[in-house]
Design a protein around this ligand. Structure first.
Ligand code: SF4
Length: 262
């Protein structure tokens, strides 16, 4: 991403699928949303979030929010896949992301199970993955769902609670050693880490050292390092220059990790 390219806008999903969009990393990628349409629901309130701030009613699992049923979600995914297939479209990746933290849907495991069956039927070669903030990684049913996926891309933006509190603002219990252990024992995880500058900054040498110590404990299959691409909730945040991201990645590579900057 060019450092001078303007930040993009992001639109909350108003359905359970969105796209597909073409990306360099994932090819043709179909987005999957398990959360209520047009509402952000998250257990974090990251100042860098492209979906804006988490509204009080949508914190954690959301107070009084009506979640879509498994049938509604899978029905829409199937209809979209059938449509794309009939149109001769290629789908390389199907990613659970959408309007916040996908694992907060109370029937997350069942949704993943159904989606894996649909992938087999329509696009057996596609990779089904997730972007998760990892806050729920120790819930047994969530772990079962995560393990059914082809790839788990899990967030870790810092290696100490001072950074986590500033960069992610957890709205539900987040015990860093427990989360790190949960990620380690989940196995086969890709860690995705956002670095930001400005009034919130997680690029300091000591903070990066703490982050690498967590990576050492988790032993992820890969690490993705990135910075702002879309307008953040806190408009004062700044992108981290590419050279600084590369320097952070290089330190993690020296510790034996496979790191991609994008
Ligand atoms: S975890 Fe993701 S969706 Fe939730 S606040 Fe952070 S960036 Fe936004």
């Amino acid at each position: 991403m060019a450092e001078t390219a303007p930040l993009k806008n992001y639109q909350l999903a108003s359905a359970f699928t969105y796209g597909p969009v073409k990306s360099r990393r994932c090819g043709m990628s179909l987005g999957l949303n398990t959360l209520p349409p047009d509402v952000k629901v998250c257990s974090f309130d990251c100042p860098y979030c492209q979906c804006g701030w988490t509204e009080p009613t949508a914190k954690g699992r959301g107070v009084g929010l009506k979640y879509p049923t498994v049938k509604e979600i899978l029905g829409e995914i199937e209809a979209r896949l059938a449509e794309l297939k009939a149109a001769g479209e290629t789908i390389d990746t199907m990613t659970f992301a959408g309007n916040g933290e996908p694992t907060l849907h109370p029937k997350f495991r069942e949704i993943v199970e159904g989606t894996m069956a649909l992938k087999k039927k329509y696009y057996p070669k596609a990779i089904v993955d997730i972007l998760s903030n990892a806050q729920t990684v120790n819930r047994p049913a969530v772990r079962e769902g995560l393990r059914l996926l082809d790839r788990r891309i899990m967030k870790l933006d810092g290696g100490n609670m001072r950074v986590i509190e500033a960069v992610d603002k957890p709205l539900a219990k987040f015990d860093l050693p427990e989360i790190v252990e949960g990620l380690r024992t989940l196995g086969d995880v890709t860690i995705q880490s956002m670095f930001v500058a400005g009034p919130v900054d997680n690029t300091g040498d000591e903070d990066v050292a703490d982050w690498i110590r967590c990576l050492d404990a988790i032993r992820p299959v890969a690490v993705q390092v990135y910075t702002l691409d879309r307008h953040p909730a806190d408009k004062r945040l700044k992108r981290v220059p590419r050279a600084r991201l590369e320097a952070i990645a290089e330190r993690a590579r020296k510790a034996g990790h496979t790191v991609e900057v994008y």
